[in-house]
Ligand binder design. Structure first.
Ligand code: URA
Length: 238
């Protein structure tokens, strides 16, 4: 592959930006500054921008703190989508949300272009837990805890897998919910059959990976490989 193409892909910049960088002496190949954009790489070279070793990432994984009012889709005619919030930071990638949060819900949305990984964290049989913080319009009761544990039957007759409901120790109207499946509007519908309405719903973790508290609503960052493993580790434990 040509050096300018490699640098553009690795740094998610345009070819012309890569060529400018190369011409200015910003790129080294095997420790030597290389100013020729058309240098042919065999694939074994170490290409660096300053101190940073550039490798072409096969896939991109993003942690986003979804604000209210944004939809979990790639494109939408009316609403701002979670992909819009990335503001073209990855022009050559087809990123999509791995799992949905309702428009009114907030919190952790994982965006990726790795279809197999997305499938793994969503497939019910993989049991990747998703953790939510919920506030309802009536106090959380022991009956609700038991119903979640036993598996709530939704109004349409669908029986949900057992889920965990942990009442908050400080607010009688709030609780943590852990689900291992993802049915449309699941938490709202589960509380619905227990005569409670959901006032706020925030996803705080996917598998063993907790949403970074330093991300304000609408902000995002890449997930490190170690963090990606944390999601998978939770999957292995079921
Ligand atoms: N359950 C819901 O009802 N809504 C969500 O956004 C996620 C889980």
């Amino acid at each position: 592959m040509r050096l300018d193409k490699y640098v553009a892909q690795a740094m998610q910049i345009t070819r012309s930006q890569a060529r400018t960088m190369i011409a200015r002496g910003g790129i080294t190949v095997d420790g030597t500054v290389c100013k020729k954009a058309d240098t042919a790489l065999k694939g074994s070279e170490q290409v660096c921008a300053g101190e940073t070793l550039l490798g072409k990432e096969e896939f991109v994984y993003i942690m986003l703190n979804k604000p209210q009012g944004v939809v979990s889709a790639s494109t939408d005619k009316r609403d701002v989508t979670v992909v819009d919030l990335l503001q073209d930071a990855f022009p050559r990638r087809n990123l999509f949300p791995a799992g949905r949060l309702d428009k009114t819900s907030t919190g952790f949305v994982l965006l990726t272009d790795d279809g197999a990984f997305a499938h793994d964290i969503l497939a019910p049989r993989k049991h990747v837990p998703k953790t939510y913080f919920v506030t309802i319009d009536t106090p959380v009761t022991q009956q609700m805890v038991t119903a979640f544990e036993q598996g709530v039957t939704l109004a349409d007759g669908q029986k949900m897998e057992p889920a965990t409901l942990i009442p908050s120790s400080t607010d009688p109207y709030s609780a943590t919910v852990v689900l291992r499946q993802g049915v449309y509007h699941q938490i709202k519908r589960m509380f619905g059959v227990l005569d409670a309405g959901v006032n706020a719903l925030h996803r705080s973790a996917i598998g063993g990976l907790v949403l970074d508290e330093s991300l304000a609503p609408g902000e995002w960052r890449k997930i490190t490989e170690a963090e990606r493993q944390q999601i998978i580790a939770a999957q292995a434990k079921g």
